[in-house]
Write a protein that binds this ligand. Structure first.
Ligand code: ZN
Length: 110
């Protein structure tokens, strides 16, 4: 719930800055490693948006896959969790390069 409220806070302050009366769409990026269940986020958003400028807004979620870089074999790999062992060389813990995102990418307001 608090994540949905945070997204709405960002969206509302941006909308007010633009003198908008209503938020039509909120696009967010959610990384696979951000620890966020997208269906749970969507449900929380439906509840949290009531009484805000985003009351009728659509939440568009862009899922960002988890990616990492292996310091041992230099591979760029797709990973499902942050402390993943390199699937290419089975050696090192990869350094996360993307997938931790949680941010508002774009707003559509009127
Ligand atoms: Zn490796």
């Amino acid at each position: 719930m608090s994540i949905a409220v945070g997204i709405l806070d960002i969206a509302e302050s941006e909308a007010r800055r633009a003198d908008a009366a209503v938020i039509n769409t909120i696009e967010v990026e959610v990384g696979a490693l951000a620890g966020i269940e997208i269906p749970a986020l969507e449900f929380a958003f439906e509840v949290a948006r009531r009484g805000t400028l985003a009351e009728t807004a659509t939440l568009v979620v862009h899922a960002i896959p988890g990616r990492g870089h292996c310091p041992d074999c230099d591979a760029e790999v797709e990973i499902d969790f942050a402390a993943a062992v390199c699937p290419a060389c089975d050696g090192a813990i990869v350094t996360v390069t993307s997938g931790r995102e949680l941010r508002v990418r774009a707003l559509n307001v009127d």
